[in-house]
Design a protein around this ligand. Structure first.
Ligand code: COA
Ligand code: AMP
Length: 633
């Protein structure tokens, strides 16, 4: 069947389509019901099916003869370590660690926080939770203690699983200090912390609270898989929204497992037994779907890379991994490719390695500029596929479905909707827009399996954030348009969420950090274009009238405050101290105008502005700080 035929089938007969796909995985009880609505009116897939995701990722693969096949290749240039675990070896560790969790009282439906770096034990931890039917929530290592504490309080976990350290290119990050600070701040701190001691840095364990990972695992009884309902939660992953509080995206077992198998085969075009590599981090949705669950449920070998695209040790790092591990299909963030291009503009490093094994390079996580996409195509000589998805969807929403039929690529476009996603472009009034008109990118309900069924303990926010603006549709928060041939182009967020080096961050969270400084009366953070990171935040602060501190000292303090409260990934390097901020007559800060001014783009005087002279003040401030500015039209 062609892409077009498959796609139409998925939209016109979703239940028949997904029943067939559900048959591609193993169930303890096959679902009779494919799609239903729960008591709150939300759609749920496979409600009477029973399965276990860890079983699908490990035991089922071994039953199909993959016991001695590598499941996980850990490649860590930052520590100089390589290690391969077969499916059988990984299962052994997971079953034992599930035994550890069980001994600590973790059972089906209990929540567990995982604050760990890119090491095999993190994957063991995730799968061990899944094996017991416990709900994991991985928190990205680049977040500061406060962000970890916020997630702990929202999730209320029974246990926290941690490693003693993260390893960045040039420094060791002491996770012990971060965890102690987060647990001290959290109101709902769990009573147990299991710590994996890394050789790069060991931490002191707190008696009564902390347990040594290896010691517990050495004596643990392996635990069996616990059958769960398809609609039971597998994990919660926090992502940035428009407020300072992150949203806990819930993923269920059944829809997710079916979507993982389907997307690995049909989007990423990778067969069981082949090697798939996602150069991302397990703390993000791409890590969940494309490092852990997708590849393993598809019976692939997955690569866990603890390093950077450049300077670990050089711009050939990615191509070495591809050649050395015979990667067939890979994922990277456009930022990573831009970093490689910056250090190796002619792509000479790629010639040091035989990357002939590679079939496709997929890019997502942020908008990809055409020059970068074409550069990668030239250097690698394979189709480079820009595709679009979100933490909320858990798997690609718009893509070239390379595993099904590779459509002609159109640079700048993420190609066409993936099977199951009925994507529309709407104006503010909810009317569908004709080709080439930009509007809100929405998905007609029901969303396909694998997408978020709700937010963690916050149905009202789920409804308000995603389902209210355009009734009958899921609002993605992104803007975009489609052309006459049905190719979609994503133009960017329509809200205050920004994307810094492929990391989705909330400007509101950074504003909260700035506002917490005693000298700040008012502030705003906006995302401005950046040649490497796509976007970077720029802060603006108005000080209280009695503040006499040296402005330079204050700026440094404010930058440090964001680093301490949000984390280093926020990459906030500029805070501009202003006498006042441009506002509408109703008091709304004119963020769009501020962004355009900061990007040196043409901007128009907003008709609703309270006092136009404030813009002149802002322009000269931006100019003096080296943040580019231009005149209004
Ligand atoms: N734990 C702790 N700190 C982390 C971290 C982690 N997991 N990840 C990043 N950081 C820190 C970095 O050390 C850096 O700290 P610094 O300000 O002290 O130098 C800061 O956060 C910013 O990091 P990063 O965004 O990685 O910037 P960089 O300048 O070091 O590297 C790139 C630039 C482009 C190489 C890098 O951003 C990159 O590899 N991006 C791709 C990201 C990606 O794959 N995203 C996929 C999401 S789907
Ligand atoms: P995350 O939830 O962290 O995966 O971030 C999702 C957001 O990243 C989307 O809402 C988009 O704003 C952006 N994004 C992801 N993929 C693309 C893409 N291919 N093109 C443009 N923006 C993208």
């Amino acid at each position: 069947m062609t892409y077009q035929q498959q796609y139409r089938h998925s939209i016109e007969q979703p239940e028949a389509f997904w029943r067939e796909q559900a048959g591609q995985i193993a169930w303890y009880r096959q679902p009779d019901q494919i799609l239903s609505q729960d008591e709150q009116g939300f759609f749920r897939w496979f409600p009477d099916g029973q399965l276990n995701t860890a079983y699908l990722a490990l035991d089922w693969q071994i039953e199909q003869g993959r016991g001695d096949q590598p499941a996980l290749i850990y490649d860590s240039p930052v520590t100089g370590t390589r290690r391969t675990d077969t499916y059988r070896e990984l299962l052994d560790q997971v079953a034992r660690f599930a035994g550890v969790l069980r001994r600590l009282g973790v059972g089906q439906g209990d929540a567990v926080i995982i604050y760990m770096p890119m090491i095999p034990q993190t994957i063991v931890a995730m799968l061990a939770c899944a094996r017991l039917g416990a709900i994991h929530s991985v928190v990205f290592g680049g977040f500061a203690p406060h962000e970890l504490a916020v997630r702990i309080d929202d999730l209320q976990p029974k246990v926290i699983l941690a490693a003693s350290a993260g390893k960045e290119r040039d420094r060791v990050i002491d996770y012990g200090t971060i965890i102690n600070a987060a647990l001290a701040e959290a109101v709902h701190a769990p009573s147990h912390c299991v710590m994996y001691q890394r050789e790069v840095h060991r931490v002191d364990l707190q008696p009564g609270r902390d347990w040594d990972w290896d010691e517990l695992a050495a004596t643990a009884e392996p635990a069996d898989c616990v059958p769960v309902l398809a609609t039971d939660p597998l994990y919660v992953l926090y992502t940035s929204g428009t407020t300072g509080r992150p949203k806990g995206i819930v993923r269920d077992h059944g829809g997710h497992a079916v979507a993982m198998k389907f997307s690995m085969q049909n989007v990423y075009g990778v067969e069981p037994g082949e090697v798939f590599w996602a150069a991302s981090d397990v703390g993000w949705v791409v890590g969940h779907s494309c490092i852990v669950y997708g590849p393993l449920i598809q019976g692939c070998t997955t690569v866990l890379y603890e390093g950077k695209p450049v300077r670990t040790p050089d711009a050939g790092a990615f191509w070495r991994v591809v050649a050395e591990h015979q990667v067939r299909s890979m994922f990277a963030a456009p930022t990573a490719i831009r970093a490689i291009k910056r250090d190796d503009p002619d792509g000479l490093r790629a010639r040091d390695y035989d990357t002939g094994c590679l079939r496709y390079l997929f890019l997502a996580g942020e908008r990809c500029d055409i020059a970068t996409l074409q550069w990668a195509e030239r250097v690698l000589g394979v189709p480079v596929i820009d595709h679009w998805w979100q933490t909320e969807s858990g798997w690609p929403m718009i893509s070239n479905m390379a595993g099904q039929e590779l459509l002609p690529l159109r640079p700048g476009s993420a190609t066409k909707p993936v099977c199951g996603y009925d994507i529309r472009i709407l104006d503010r009034e909810g009317r569908e827009l004709p080709p080439n008109k930009e509007g809100a990118v929405v998905v007609r309900l029901p969303l396909p399996p694998g997408c978020l069924p709700n937010l963690w303990h916050n149905t009202e926010r789920f409804r308000n954030a995603y389902l209210t603006e355009h009734p009958g549709y899921y609002s993605s928060g992104d803007g975009g348009y489609r052309d006459e041939d049905g190719y979609f182009y994503i133009t960017g967020r329509m809200d205050d969420v920004i994307n810094v080096a492929g990391h989705r961050l909330s400007t509101a969270t950074m504003e909260e950090a700035l506002a917490s400084h005693p000298a700040v009366a008012e502030c705003a953070v906006i995302g401005v274009e950046d040649a490497l990171k796509g976007q970077v935040p720029v802060g603006f602060a108005v000080l209280k009238s009695n503040v006499t501190l040296d402005p330079e000292v204050l700026e440094a303090e404010l930058i440090q405050r964001v680093r301490d409260q949000v984390g280093p990934v926020a990459a906030l390097k500029h805070v501009i101290l202003a006498d006042r901020l441009p506002k509408t007559r109703s008091g709304k800060i004119l963020r769009r105008t501020m962004r355009l001014m900061s990007e040196g783009k043409t901007w128009q005087l907003p008709s609703t502005i309270e006092d136009p002279s404030v813009l002149d003040e802002l322009l000269s401030l931006l100019d003096s700080k080296g943040v580019s500015a231009t005149n209004a039209t």
